[in-house]
Design a protein around this ligand. Structure first.
Ligand SMILES: [Zn+2]
Length: 411
């Protein structure tokens, strides 16, 4: 099955051979082919270029993209899409003046989601999560990372990870799984943090590894949650099973989580709303991708990741949604890209790089996703007829998507 897309006004993020990521000044460069075509065989991009170089117009399916822009589908490297129910009441509580930390201290927050998930059947959890997967695919996401961490017991964490595995099997979107057993301290371990970490490390982690349920390991390294010492202990245990760190750090406080991540060769350190100069310096010359989650900052009204300062210091940056019931009930990468431009002063080129190739790197998919390159997955967004790619972040709240192709098929 071949698909040929012709008369593309601007074909974005093209490359001749897969690059790892883009950093610093390179992030302002978005390689474009004007008046372009792209040829797909089954799920793979096999050719692209200028229309004038297209020798014949033969394919099983031809899509005329006159006036439209084509770009790689979004790579959302940080989500918690598998969850039960929602937390709309906490949303209202916050409007009425309670802080995120006060809600958590009152037994709400992550523990509230965990309680509900523990009593939700695997089938029901799958059903609720599949709705969100279908939703993000329509919004142009072609690859997504999903974390556990709303289970907080052996059974419930494994249930989440099995649901993630099943979603990956049943949908064309590429899904990467992360074990986040150390997301919060369950109520019964309130005064015994080390005992809970023992459960995570000695009881849950070996089964996660044995059943091949996750590729990455995560922890919420934050004041009031898990310390840097706890983080190092967990990452060390994870490394014994070959799990790569991908961790929550510097959301409310900078306590050294960035350095711990780098020490254990994290593929990414995520959140980073609070960044000290020493955190930025530590990331230089590392292979760890910093990931910003602007929808979370928007929803919680907390500071945004200082993207300008980080990119100007030469760092790469990826953008992700953090789709979760508590702090970001949205999986819309188009909104993330707009918000990065509007609130973090990233240029459209930087934001698109951050949401495609750098997002792919942040979940180990840079060889197959995140750009238009021969041999990569045919995961594409075809926009509505718009004047230029600047219009994508400019028209915030309007997704401007005409069609999404994942693995070569129209969604
Ligand atoms: Zn998160």
């Amino acid at each position: 099955m071949t698909t040929l897309i012709i008369n593309i006004k601007e074909l974005l993020q093209v490359e001749d051979s897969p690059k790892k990521m883009v950093s610093g000044k390179e992030m302002k460069i978005l390689p474009v082919v004007n008046d372009a075509f792209i040829l797909i065989e089954n799920d793979i991009i096999i050719n692209f270029g200028e229309m004038k170089d297209l020798s014949n117009l033969i394919a099983d399916k031809i899509i005329d993209a006159s006036g439209r822009i084509v770009l790689p589908a979004w790579c959302d490297s940080h989500t918690h899409i598998v969850y039960a129910g929602n937390r709309e009441q906490e949303f209202v509580d916050r409007i009425n003046g309670l802080t995120y930390e006060e809600i958590a201290n009152n037994g709400g927050g992550i523990l509230n989601s965990a309680k509900l998930l523990q009593t939700t059947s695997e089938e029901e959890l799958y059903k609720q999560s599949a709705v969100r997967i279908e939703e993000v695919m329509k919004l142009g996401t072609g690859a997504v990372e999903i974390k556990s961490g709303y289970g907080l017991t052996l059974d419930a964490e494994l249930k989440m990870l099995r649901v993630i595995k099943k979603l990956n099997k049943n949908y064309p979107i590429t899904i990467k799984a992360t074990f986040l057993g150390a997301h919060a301290l369950p109520f019964e371990f309130k005064n015994n943090k080390n005992d809970y970490l023992d459960v995570v490390i000695n009881d849950i982690l070996p089964i996660v590894a044995k059943e091949n349920l996750a590729e990455f390991i995560d922890i919420f390294c934050e004041t009031g949650y898990f310390s840097v010492e706890d983080t190092e202990r967990l990452l060390n245990a994870g490394s014994n099973y070959g799990l790569i760190p991908k961790i929550h750090v510097n959301q409310f406080n900078a306590i050294g989580g960035v350095q711990a991540g780098i020490k254990y060769k994290a593929v990414s350190v995520d959140h980073l709303e609070e960044m000290r100069d020493e955190d930025i310096n530590a990331l230089k010359n590392s292979n760890t991708m910093p990931v910003a989650l602007p929808s979370c900052s928007f929803f919680l009204s907390i500071p945004y990741t200082p993207a300008r300062k980080m990119i100007d210091a030469g760092l790469p940056l990826a953008l992700a949604t953090d789709y979760n019931p508590g702090s970001t009930p949205s999986g819309n990468m188009n909104f993330v890209v707009s918000t990065a431009c509007i609130k973090m002063k990233m240029t459209p080129e930087e934001a698109i790089n951050a949401a495609t190739i750098n997002g792919a790197y942040a979940m180990g998919l840079e060889k197959t996703h995140g750009s238009i390159c021969k041999g990569k997955k045919a995961n594409l967004i075809i926009t509505e007829q718009i004047p230029s790619y600047n219009f994508i972040p400019y028209s915030f709240g309007n997704n401007k998507i005409y069609q999404v192709l994942i693995e070569g098929k129209i969604i």
